[in-house]
Design a protein around this ligand. Sequence first.
Ligand SMILES: Nc1ncnc2c1ncn2[C@@H]1O[C@H](COP(=O)(O)OP(=O)(O)O)[C@@H](O)[C@H]1O
Ligand SMILES: [Mg+2]
Length: 254
Amino acid sequence: MVESGAPSLECQGLTKRFGGLDAVRNVNLQVGAGERRAIIGPNGAGKTTLFNLISGETSATSGQVKIFGKDITHMPSHRRAHLGLGRTFQITNIFPTLTIIENLLVAAVGLKKMKFSMFKPLVGYRDLHERALEILASVGMAEKANESVKNLSHGEQRQIEITLVLITNPMLVLLDEPTAGLSPAESTMMTSIIKKFDPKITVLIIEHDMDVAYQVADQITVLHQGCVFVEGTQKEISNDPKVQEIYFGKEDRC
Ligand SMILES: Nc1ncnc2c1ncn2[C@@H]1O[C@H](COP(=O)(O)OP(=O)(O)O)[C@@H](O)[C@H]1O
Ligand SMILES: [Mg+2]
């Protein structure tokens, strides 16, 4: 069963091998309830693979993943979602011709395993409809509820990806480079949206922009060549010369 008081996430000896390459190697990671953790590291460090192992898109070669104290290493991804794990997906996975609110309702109904009637208009799910509007308001997009997704700007689409996760009431959220490709203004907006998440939600964020990582996260984990290279507060990480070196390719220790 899910344990109360357990860390939101624990990885032990987690490894993923692709052919001869350990994309993730012997990773031990513990993230407490409500913590905001940034995962940083150079391209190819294994950050996205680590998220895929946590969410179940990729199966582990060895090691263990637990969320809320429950071993989920061999659990399919949809069951992990039912335990409260949410991650962003590219907007292309949703329905471009449906409106934003319709997409949110489809996401919510899908996860709840509610009896879903093809013939019942989506607006008939009144509680969910209100909740969807609340979430849209929390990202400043309530007035766009009835717009079709295909009419949104890139920045707005990234914000909708966030709302599609929040509508499932997750307790642990994985965000893979939520500011990638955004303008500075859109990136600032995205950062403030993430900072306003319910403090009960544990957040892991992969972020290439250090300013964003430092603003959002309490603790930073640096991955390098698939391994946890160093972990610490913003101050510890930004003062660590070895962290600078891995970004410039001088440090080769793992
Ligand atoms: N499906 C895959 N098959 C083979 N190699 C992969 C696969 N996914 C990722 N890799 C490799 O694993 C390493 C880590 O990739 P990734 O997790 O995407 O890194 P990051 O997100 O830190 O940039 C890279 O060398 C990448 O080429
Ligand atoms: Mg990546």
